[in-house]
Design a protein. Sequence first.
Length: 205
Amino acid sequence: MNKGAWTAEEDRKLAEVIAINGAKRWKSIAAKAALDRCGKSCRLRWLNYLRPNIKRGNISDQEEDLILRLHKLLGNRWSLIAGRLPGRTDNEIKNYWNSHLSKKINHKGKQSGVSTKEGDKTGKKSIMVNFELKEENKSNNTCEEDSNVNFNVDDFFDFSNEDPLNLEWMSRFLEMDKFEFDESSVLTRTVSTLLVMKRGLKSVN
DNA sequence: AAAGAGTCCAACCGCGACCAG
DNA sequence: CCTGGTCGCGGTTGGACTCTT
């Protein structure tokens, strides 16, 4: 199997096969393109480099701010974060975080004397650890202010059915920015608020 | 100018989830 | 259920490039 950097010729062949067959069944794509690359490698190349509408470099201040806020909320869930940044890939955001933002955060933390609690190798922040994330009770249409709020982070942050321009509830939540994930009671209230905001704004829209 | 250190990013790897048979 | 194939994710690596001494 060929490994290492892709050539322009390989890119061209891969794009050609995907244009005909679509971006699925990566093993057969790799075979059809006759690239001597594994399907996994082809998939990665397509998603991170060849796919249409990819933005490269120059992460704007707005994007950086969004990454910081979403990371605070979600931890190292790069694909989820990338999903909120059109044209950006999870790999790019992960790299940007590791090379720019993590240092920025650590620097800030040192300056203010506050520990940022970074460096969790599991990638799951306290929101995942302290909270039993269960399937949201589907019959429960109201969100009670008690400690039994069930919250599925994957379900909650699944934006696949959302209009990208219709995420006002998320913007408002991110603007709150004043919660502490380690206090599970505060988190519970925060999640309650979040669910109410999401439902409320959706019903208005 | 050269060498070593640091930075960045494309690509690889391992693992778990999902799904069809 | 079980199994094998496939996919997607997050962590890690390697090499090119830049900076510092």
